[in-house]
Design a protein around this ligand. Structure first.
Ligand SMILES: O=C(O)c1cc(=O)[nH]c(=O)n1[C@@H]1O[C@H](COP(=O)(O)O)[C@@H](O)[C@H]1O
Length: 237
């Protein structure tokens, strides 16, 4: 059996409003990718955007990266799952009680929504991490927070694909690695620091590739998606 996820692409719908997001989505079939709704689109359009996407047959990663005290975070995670999202997330640095309480409340309410935790943002490098008072390398801090997330019972982590080999060796295969900071050879790095190409990310053990601007800001987004699908197909063959 292949270890590769059947449809590993999650397109980040970082659009300013529902109209622009749906204009893009209406060119896609649900079999090609999952969709991510993040802070900008959700803050502008609310839970109705999640409903509109799930109604079209897409699985939705509602990326609101909660980070608060355990009770507040757990209730927000529950609300995110109630919107119909397939995957929701918190920041692992919110701590073990926050993650455990969120998971308990989610499962207690009967949701099988995937709950994952962000480790170290892919836009951060060692210098930026040090400025926040963390004197570890990004890889060391990702390993530390991923182990904590796994012990708390969550389904996986968000990390850079640069850390995928290390996490695959240390954690169970069922632990999901969701990796943004994906940059095909044709795309600009922008504010991302720890970047990997789509093909390499899959080879190194990523389960899902979160890709935004290389597709959504491309001159021809459908062509950019097709190029990435081609790269993925070539590493799988
Ligand atoms: O949780 C995320 O999805 C996330 C975590 C992280 O460490 N880095 C990161 O880039 N993201 C998200 O992934 C997407 C990446 O978008 P692009 O850089 O445009 O491909 C954005 O929507 C980010 O909010």
């Amino acid at each position: 059996m292949s270890l590769f996820t059947e449809n590993p692409i999650i397109v980040a719908l970082d659009y300013p409003n529902a109209e622009q997001a749906l204009a893009f989505v209406d060119q896609l079939e649900p079999g090609r990718c999952q969709l991510k709704v993040g802070k900008e689109l959700f803050t502008r359009s609310g839970p109705s955007i999640v409903a509109a996407l799930t109604k079209r047959g897409f699985k939705v990663f509602l990326d609101l990266k909660f980070h608060d005290i355990p009770n507040t975070t757990a209730q927000a995670v529950l609300a995110a799952a109630d919107s119909g999202a397939w995957m929701v997330n918190v920041h692992a640095c919110g701590g073990r009680p926050m993650m455990e309480e969120s998971l308990a409340r989610l499962r207690g309410a009967g949701h099988d929504t995937l709950l994952i935790a962000v480790t170290v943002l892919t836009s951060m490098n060692e210098q930026q991490l040090r400025e926040t008072g963390v004197h570890a390398t990004p890889a060391e801090q990702v390993m530390h927070l991923a182990a904590l997330t796994e012990q708390a019972g969550l389904d996986g982590v968000v990390c850079s694909a640069q850390e995928a080999i290390m996490l695959r060796e240390a954690l169970p295969r069922s632990f999901q690695l969701i990796t943004p900071g994906i940059r095909p050879s044709f795309a600009a790095k922008g504010d991302q620091q720890r970047v990997v190409t789509p093909g390499q990310a899959l080879i190194d053990g990523s389960d899902y590739l979160v890709i935004g601007r290389p597709i959504t800001q491309a001159e021809d987004p459908m062509q950019a998606l097709a190029l990435i699908e081609g790269e993925i197909a070539s590493v799988r063959s």
